[in-house]
Design a protein around this ligand. Structure first.
Ligand code: IMP
Ligand code: MG
Length: 178
C-alpha cells in the first residue's frame, strides 16, 4: 500500500463490483438506444474507462473540464468551464460521469448547462457520493456507493493532483494534507 494512505475504503475488487453493477443497469435502461458518456476531467478518467468497457450498448465518449478544488480539500462553490465538450449534445442520450458528488455545486451547474443544450435525456452517474456534505440537491441516477465525510484519493481522485493512479480508494494520513 502507498505510504501516504491510512486506510483503504474500497479495494480494487470492490470497485470492480460497483462498476459492473452500474454498467448492467445502464445496459438494461438503454437496451435499444445509443448513449454519450460525458466524463468530467480529471477525476472521472479511471472510472469512465473501466465503465465504458462494460457498456454493451452503442456508446461514445466526450470530456469536459470544470473548476476543481485545486490544492484545498473544500469546494469554492465557483464553477468555471475550463474545457467544453467537442460535440453538440442536442437529441442525444447523455450520461454525465463523475467521480464523486460532494457539495453538489459542480454538478448542479453542469447539469443546468447541459440541460440547456437540449439532450434527448440527461442522467448522472457517480462512483461516490457524500450526502452529508450536500449544499445543492442533485439526483444521482447511477451511484456506486455513498461514503462518510472523508477526503478520499485513488482510482482517479486526487489530492493536489497526486494519487489518481492508485488502483484502490483510500483515506490519506492527516499529516499529508494538514
Ligand atoms: P462538489 O462541487 O463539492 O460536489 O465537488 C465535486 C468535486 O470535488 C469532485 O468532482 C472531486 O473532483 C472533488 N472532490 C470532492 N470530494 C473529494 C474527495 O474526497 N477526494 C478527492 N476529490 C474530491
Ligand atoms: Mg472531479
Amino acid at each position: 500500500m502507498n505510504k501516504d494512505i491510512q486506510e483503504v475504503v474500497f479495494s480494487q475488487e470492490e470497485l470492480d463490483t460497483m462498476v459492473c453493477r452500474i454498467a448492467e443497469k445502464i445496459n438494461a435502461d438503454f437496451a435499444d438506444k445509443e448513449i454519450l458518456l460525458v466524463g468530467l476531467l480529471k477525476g472521472s478518467v479511471v472510472f469512465i474507462t473501466d465503465l465504458m468497457r462494460k457498456i454493451k450498448v452503442p456508446c461514445s465518449i466526450d470530456f469536459m473540464s470544470v473548476s476543481s478544488y485545486g490544492k484545498s480539500t473544500k469546494s469554492s462553490g465557483v464553477v468555471n468551464v475550463k474545457m467544453d465538450l467537442s460535440e453538440e449534445i442536442e437529441g442525444k442520450n447523455v450520461l454525465i460521469v463523475e467521480d464523486i458528488i460532494d457539495s453538489g455545486n459542480t454538478l448542479s451547474a453542469v447539469l443546468e448547462l447541459l440541460e440547456s443544450r437540449k439532450p434527448a435525456s440527461l442522467k448522472l452517474v457517480s462512483l461516490l457520493s457524500k450526502p452529508s456534505r450536500r449544499e445543492k440537491e442533485v439526483t444521482i441516477d447511477y451511484l456506486g456507493s455513498e461514503i462518510d465525510d472523508l477526503f478520499v484519493v485513488g482510482y482517479g481522485l486526487d489530492f493536489a493532483e497526486k494519487y489518481r493512479n492508485l488502483p484502490y480508494i483510500g483515506v490519506l494520513k492527516p499529516e499529508v494534507y494538514l
